[in-house]
Design a protein around this ligand. Sequence first.
Ligand code: SF4
Length: 173
Amino acid sequence: MKLSSFRKKSPWILHYNAGGCNGCDIEILACLAPKYDIERFGMINTGNPKQSDILLVTGPVTKRSRERLVEIYAQMPEPKVVVSCGVCACTGGVFRGMYNCEGGIDQYIPVDVYVCGCGTRPEQIIDGVIQALAILEKKTKELEQSVRLKKEPVKEDTQLNRRNIAGEIIKTA
Ligand code: SF4
């Protein structure tokens, strides 16, 4: 079975609040609760960027959070997908123009999915994450393809070692 086939069935999500009001974060918590139950898609919320596939960011970038945001993004292994959750994360929102606000997160890291709303509704977050899954599958396939083009031996049981640095592929026994 190909890596892209099963990876999208068990993505790990990392949530980071770059400087929002907590409104969007409460909606993310609602997604984890039984009513919306985002875990039915095989997702879990993790606290370690080195084990994450999807970065879910709320709030605008502030002068204090920008360094952490870039650091977290850099620590995530490839392939990875970024979801900008809420109008603040997309554009700066109500904080735009304030002395400590630098705008949307795409000023510093590449964003794959933009989810609007203030605060974002759980249905919108789930929709955004499902879009992220499709992008994650596409990126995984591209990564697999690039390995084949390098003419490295690829077996059916080849896996990405999630503990390794971004993009590195190891052969398993
Ligand atoms: S989009 Fe609205 S609810 Fe979300 S962090 Fe910004 S102000 Fe708060």
